[in-house]
Design a protein around this ligand. Sequence first.
Ligand code: PMP
Length: 357
Amino acid sequence: MSPFPRQDYRALTRYHFDRTPVALDLSDNTNQWGAHPAALEVLRTAGDDALARYPDLYADELRAAVSRRLGVPEACVTTGCGSDDVLDSAYRSAAGAADFVAVATPTFSMALPLARMNGMEARATPWRAALDDPTRLLAGGPALVYVCRPNNPTGEVADTAWVEALLDAAGDDGPLVLLDEAYVDFGGDTFAGRATAHPRLVVSRTMSKAFGLAGLRVGYAVAHPDTTLEVEKSRGPYKVARLAARAAAAALDDQAGWVTRTVEACVVNRSRVEGALAQRGLDLVPSRANFVLFRAPGGEAIADARALRARGVAVRPFPGDMPDGSDALRVTVAPWPLMERFLEALDAHLASPGVTG
Ligand code: PMP
């Protein structure tokens, strides 16, 4: 008899959070200014060849666009069906069943499950302890270290010197260091250039946030050509749909347009909403991303998020994830009229926490 599912899958669940329709969804850090217009134009004018034929094996058109945008060689770029897929491939290329992945937590909710999905052990190091001393992430000899920068859900950016210290301690033949730069367009310096010359550094990026293309599912990573090749072997062919690759490439080629404008607007509104939360006496973690983590107003993240949802606004609950261990909510930054709707719902909830709207 063959046992099914495999033993280490029994504790896994499907990814789940409340996605029931709501008037205003500020829960998933997607671009609240919409989709990149150059990508929309590609989709509008697509012809038969975009669908009837297979795409490039390894999305060469998209790799070329990333290369132009970031000024890195094409041989240093790998792509995938969302950066989830790129992370998944990177994990698999570095670690196997006997290995473990070190993750600074709280962080992106897929960082730990991705290890378990691939049959590896995942070990969490508290984010604050890791910030004090990056070598804590190397304890016990992980095969891969995952760090999110800016970090989701806290919005913090580990110092450049911190990353350098981690890379120094990991060495040229140590674990693969995976820097997730999904939110780097909103704050922080990129390590993409550095990754092209380092044998053990992979920098992943997504088109789902600043470029407004979450529905297309396109992500990429930058690494040394040899490392890139290993990640691509693990990924397999045909992962990026032809239309998605073309649309993402068009958006990447828009050097000084829509992304710059909407990121600037987002950064302005991020400060405004941080001010508004502070005014209401709610502690927050100063953010460099397109979201803000703040203390759950009623002290219980799940109940607070449910109450705000009943008032028409979805935010994401993070129990215990404030720096002092109290419950937190994360709100995605949006155009100001939408932030006003969020603040109105928050005020109504603060005024009568037991009552739902
Ligand atoms: N990394 C981080 C830090 C994220 O927050 C997300 C999405 N929320 C992803 C990766 C995955 O993005 P995608 O698969 O849409 O590229």
